[in-house]
Design a protein around this ligand. Structure first.
Ligand SMILES: [Zn+2]
Length: 131
């Protein structure tokens, strides 16, 4: 699965960032996935779950933001957001081919949310919610 290796490389980027910024514990990661990135959001979520089931990034939440495709008409220059990535008639002139893709190919980590302060003391002070 192609998405699994994408997640693997994201996890190594996240680990590097954690080192760089002395993050105590990573809580949540936001990833932007463009409509033409080639990665399926559901498969990314699944890959993430598999690879964060254990280890140092166990339980880190993943938010995927689906970024829409934006193109500029190759004939009249009108920017628009096609509904279908395979069939994109220009709303102004009807041209189907030759559009320039402005965005939608991207796949990147947008944000990493983490505890940077001394979270251990905060966690120790919090009452246990037991069963
Ligand atoms: Zn056009």
């Amino acid at each position: 699965m192609h998405e699994l290796s994408l997640i693997e490389s994201m996890l190594s980027i996240i680990r590097e960032e954690r080192e760089k910024h002395c993050m105590k514990r990573i809580l949540r990661v936001r990833v932007v996935n463009g409509a033409l990135s080639g990665a399926v959001s559901d498969a990314l979520s699944f890959g993430w779950e598999c690879l964060t089931q254990e280890g140092d990034l166990q339980g880190v939440a993943l938010d995927i933001v689906d970024a829409p495709l934006k193109v500029v008409c190759g004939s009249c220059g009108k920017p628009f957001t096609p509904e279908d990535a395979h069939y994109m008639p220009c709303p102004a002139c009807g041209e189907i081919l030759g559009h320039e893709i402005e965005s939608g190919r991207e796949l990147y980590i947008d944000e990493i949310e983490a505890d940077i302060d001394d979270a251990e003391s905060a966690a120790a002070a919090a009452p246990h919610t037991g069963d």
